[in-house]
Design a protein around this ligand. Structure first.
Ligand SMILES: [Zn+2]
Length: 273
């Protein structure tokens, strides 16, 4: 699933490509792709609207429109956003297509069909339950320490909880915990103040590395021009089970935590401290 760095990569590529453009038609071939309103209402309300801005909140893309509405897109498991010349080649996986006034199309491809589109008066109608953005001032050492204190939940599932912190998923949670030297099964409330600081820096550094690599292409992720990201080439633990830890030479392990595949160095990330 695309996480914060992948969605941020798409946002940065879409801005110069579609900001200022207007929507001249909408084609929906998989009606459930449109979570709100109906596909027909989506088309009626979007026609003629200009795209003023492209932003990100957690793993959602938010397109601000000139009549005050917002178009939100969540890519879920396999979603891709492509900008192509219109008419683009027939594509059975392009379930929602936005035709633009410059003769191009913004295509929402989605082989597994879990992605969703929302057209709403305010983004808060969709994203109000999300935790803070990792790169916002709200995500401070003090905030994190207060939110971890007394909590008996394991860290890995907590980091995946979008209502705790927005944007981190399975890949960057593993990378962040490795960078912090903290075992994924550690209970949130057991962290020392120093470990809490390391965790926050680990999260930010892992996400920054993902963004500077233009996202990770493990399976489906593509940039809007169709090219893959390269962040996977710089991963420290994710997908490296059986290889040597870059820091200590121990063998990277793959375990299951909270039903999710998890990668760690058993020497750098001790389970009991
Ligand atoms: Zn190690």
């Amino acid at each position: 699933m695309p996480e914060l760095p992948e969605v941020e990569t798409i946002v940065r590529a879409l801005r110069p490509a579609i900001v200022g453009r207007s929507v001249v038609d909408v084609q929906v071939t998989w009606p459930r792709h449109v979570a709100h309103p109906s596909p027909a209402e989506l088309r009626d309300q979007l026609l003629g609207q200009a795209i003023l801005a492209v932003e990100r909140r957690g793993k959602y893309l938010i397109l601000s429109l000139d009549r005050g509405q917002s178009l939100l897109i969540h890519l879920k498991m396999s979603g891709q956003l492509m900008v192509v010349e219109s008419p683009g080649a027939a594509d059975p996986h392009a379930h929602t297509i936005f035709l633009l006034d410059d003769g191009r199309e913004l295509r929402f491809r989605d082989t597994r069909k879990f992605g969703r589109v929302y057209l709403v008066a305010s983004p808060e109608q969709v994203v109000s339950s999300l935790g803070p953005e990792p790169f916002s001032p709200e995500f401070s050492d003090e905030w994190l320490q207060a939110r971890l204190r007394g909590r008996r939940r394991m860290l890995k599932p907590l980091l995946l909880d979008q209502s705790f912190l927005a944007g981190v998923g399975n890949i960057y949670a593993d990378e962040a915990l490795y960078r912090a030297g903290i075992h994924p099964r550690r209970l949130a409330g057991s962290l020392t103040p120093a470990e809490t600081r390391d965790l926050r820096m680990g999260i930010l550094d892992a996400l920054r590395a993902g963004i500077s690599g233009h996202g990770a292409t493990i399976s489906d992720f593509r940039r809007p021009d169709g090219s893959p990201g390269s962040a996977q080439e710089e991963f420290l633990v994710y997908g490296r089970s059986g290889s040597a830890c870059y820091r200590c030479g121990s063998i990277i392990q793959r375990i299951v935590v909270g039903a999710r595949s998890t990668h760690l160095c058993p020497a750098c990330q001790l389970e009991r401290k």
